[in-house]
Design a protein around this ligand. Structure first.
Ligand SMILES: NC(=O)c1ccc[n+]([C@@H]2O[C@H](COP(=O)([O-])OP(=O)(O)OC[C@H]3O[C@@H](n4cnc5c(N)ncnc54)[C@H](O)[C@@H]3O)[C@@H](O)[C@H]2O)c1
Length: 255
């Protein structure tokens, strides 16, 4: 039997690179999958690309409580509950010295990457509790365990969600809800195009090569690398894993 047979997986940022790869993997391994994202066209394209009748979508802004409640209700009404939750939607913002870092960008990044993750926990955990438990994976980053000059809001948000994860794992454990973070290095998705352009406007490919030389395994992560860790943590193989930080970083934080 496939490892996610009879399981329901909800994935925010489901139209993006990592979310779509997770959707594909969870569906392949038997789950019913709800992709959640702001971008309806990209959601339609993701569902089409995955090409499985086990995958559907829900348009929602993770920063809006009523829309978070609505994606939880959609999963419960459509599939009967939530077993696996990838709390994954995120934005990068900009790279600027503190004096130039725009306050509205700081607010936006914190809103999506921190408040959006907290709202996901707030509405998903009660639904999981009704189901008898489940597994939640929050997408942090290597920026959750180290700094990065100029990435003010991103670094702060990715550190902060580790605090949310630890708190949620404490609160969730008596209800059989496990909560962990995955912490990728650079992964080859649209988000890295934003970051490359911030580092070297108009010379993204050169920036990519430079970043890759700083990763011990000498390449960007693939979305599937992260999806594989998410699936492990949501499967029975990960049943003793909670409250922890799982690096998927090609050795980036090893020295
Ligand atoms: N790509 C990387 O190098 C990298 C590295 C470490 C961590 N991460 C994290 O992985 C997660 C997924 O990123 P990705 O690499 O797939 O990037 P991506 O840009 O391909 O996907 C992010 C998705 O989040 C969605 N989103 C943004 N704001 C939203 C909102 N308010 N409500 C709902 N959806 C919203 C976007 O529409 C997009 O589809 C993010 O949390 C990101 O910070 C990415």
């Amino acid at each position: 039997m496939a490892r996610f047979t009879d399981k329901v997986a909800v994935i925010t940022g489901g139209a993006g690179g990592i979310g779509k790869a997770a959707g594909q993997l969870f569906a392949r391994d038997g789950a019913q999958v709800l992709l959640v994202d702001l971008d309806e066209k990209a959601l339609q394209a993701a569902v089409k690309e995955i090409g499985s009748d086990q995958v559907s979508y829900c348009v929602a802004d993770v920063t809006k409580p009523e829309q978070v409640q609505a994606y939880v209700d959609t999963a419960v009404n459509r599939y009967g509950g939530i077993d696996c939750f990838m709390n994954n939607a995120g934005v990068f913002g900009v790279i600027k010295p503190i004096s130039d870092y725009p306050i509205e960008v700081f607010d936006k990044v914190i809103d999506v990457n921190l408040k959006g993750v907290w709202l996901g926990l707030k509405y998903v955990m009660p639904a999981m509790q009704k189901r008898g438990g489940g597994s939640i994976v929050i997408t942090s980053s290597i920026a959750g365990v180290s700094g990065g000059a100029g990435s003010w809001a991103y670094v702060a948000s990715k550190h902060a969600v580790i605090g949310l994860m630890r708190t949620a794992s404490n609160e969730g454990a008596p209800h059989n809800i496990r909560v962990n973070t995955v912490n990728p290095t650079a992964v080859d998705t649209a988000m890295m195009r934003v970051l490359e352009d911030e580092l070297a406007p108009g010379a993204g490919e050169a920036a990519k090569q430079q970043i890759e030389t700083g990763i011990p395994l000498q390449r960007y992560g693939r979305p599937e690398d992260v999806a594989n860790m998410m699936a492990y943590l949501c499967s029975d193989d990960g049943s003793f894993c909670t409250g922890s930080v799982y690096m998927v970083d090609g050795g980036s934080t090893s020295s």
